[in-house]
Design a protein around this ligand. Structure first.
Ligand code: XIL
Length: 373
């Protein structure tokens, strides 16, 4: 009886979809709407609107965006007193227009930060007060400009070494350990409503995770307004184990902070290094054996990637209410930074959409997890 009633309804609905031209492909953002936001990273060139295939995919699938580079110190604040806001403005405007959660990435980092930030006119290191003043001016200007529009900032990026100690960056050397607390305080001053995250890679590994836990506890004890931790999620096929991801999410949940997966991709290419670190400065020479899939991804690898993605999303969903966003680092495989890192000029396949804007088996596998976690 039920079946008889339902079938005409389904037919009408389906017919309606076809008639209105609505694409029947399910959307990640809808599938996970009760769990977390689904984001993607955007390059400046993707925001011109010229690539209509890509634009349609972004608007259909994602409800959160991160800027690939536009808001990093070097592009946005290349010289003292000179800000280049045009690409960041376009990025934020796109998010506002499409009602997306807009991420700011990133305020204080050792990379993609011009050397003038740390130097005086003669090229000598500046003192603590000067660097703190520069940091505050930068944060108040950039965060202030997008107040109420950018919903969450990666305030400090990659401050830890793989062993959990603090990275000897110019920030640490010149200001001292409290540069992290100061960055959060300034960001909070600039936009008290914005979510403020600490973002890093390899936090799934116990030693580095311990370092992050220590850091967050210290910030919390000082009353520093930290709302979340970003696990970058630059993963390999064999690392990290889903249990490591779950353990990291559990441990951060115990501190009362939210967890975001901020830069997700899964590298299927042969490893150029044994290091698990997503250290942007790494660069290895291109050799043919490191680039085996120039004409396409073999089905066996495609299926293995699908399984890997399903396992990862199952881990993200394990503790309801902790992971608040999963952001992919790019839209299609063609956009991925892994085509040029840590080896320039490879053909990478780390995302859910292929170079023809079509969903890969990994896309279907992830959707299935949303239906049956
Ligand atoms: C990468 C960008 O994707 C590249 O375009 C750029 O050349 C280097 O940086 N960790 C981060 C991101 O926090 O900002 C990095 O993004 C990838 C690793």
């Amino acid at each position: 009886m039920k079946k008889n009633l339902l079938s005409p309804v389904i037919l009408i609905l389906f017919g309606g979809l076809l008639a209105t031209g609505v694409h029947a492909q399910p959307a990640l953002k809808d599938a996970f709407k009760d769990d977390f936001l689904i984001g993607t990273a955007l390059r400046d060139s993707q925001l011109t609107g010229e690539n209509t295939n890509e634009m349609a995919l972004i608007q259909a699938q994602f409800n959160a965006i991160s800027p690939d580079n536009a808001l990093k110190w070097k592009p946005v604040h290349p010289e003292p007193g000179r800000f280049n806001f045009a690409p960041a403005d376009r990025y934020v405007e796109f998010g506002v227009k499409n009602h997306m959660f807009i991420v700011g990435h990133t305020l204080v980092w050792h990379d993609q930060t011009p050397s003038w930030v740390f130097q005086d006119d003669k090229g000598n290191p500046v003192d603590r007060d000067t660097l703190l003043a520069r940091m505050r001016e930068h944060i108040l200007t950039v965060v202030g400009r997008y107040k109420g529009k950018i919903g969450g900032w990666d305030v400090v990026n990659e401050a830890l070494n793989e062993d959990g100690t603090l990275r000897q960056s110019p920030w640490l050397k010149i200001i001292g350990e409290d540069y992290i607390a100061k960055a959060f305080e300034y960001a909070h001053e600039a936009d008290p409503k914005a979510q403020l995250n600490y973002n890093d890679f390899s936090l799934e590994n116990a030693p580095k995770r311990e370092g992050a836990i220590k850091l967050i506890k210290k910030l919390q004890a000082q009353g520093v307004p930290i709302t979340g931790v970003g696990l970058e999620g630059h993963y390999k096929m064999g690392w990290p184990a889903p249990a490591q991801v779950e353990a990291a999410i559990d441990d951060f949940a115990k501190l009362g902070v939210k967890v975001a997966i901020t830069e997700l991709d899964v590298d299927v290419l042969p490893a150029a290094t044994q290091s698990q670190a997503a250290e942007v400065s790494m660069n290895f020479a291109l050799r043919a054996e490191l680039n085996p899939y120039t004409t396409g991804l073999p089905d066996s690898v495609q299926q293995a990637l699908a399984k890997r993605y399903a396992d990862l999303f199952t881990a993200f969903l394990k503790q309801p209410g902790v992971v608040n966003r999963v952001t992919f680092w790019g839209v299609t495989d063609a956009d991925s930074w892994l085509n040029n890192w840590p080896v320039r000029g490879r053909t990478a396949y780390p995302l859910l959409f292929n170079r023809d804007y079509q969903p890969k088996p990994a896309f279907e596998a992830v959707l299935k997890v949303a239906q049956h976690p």
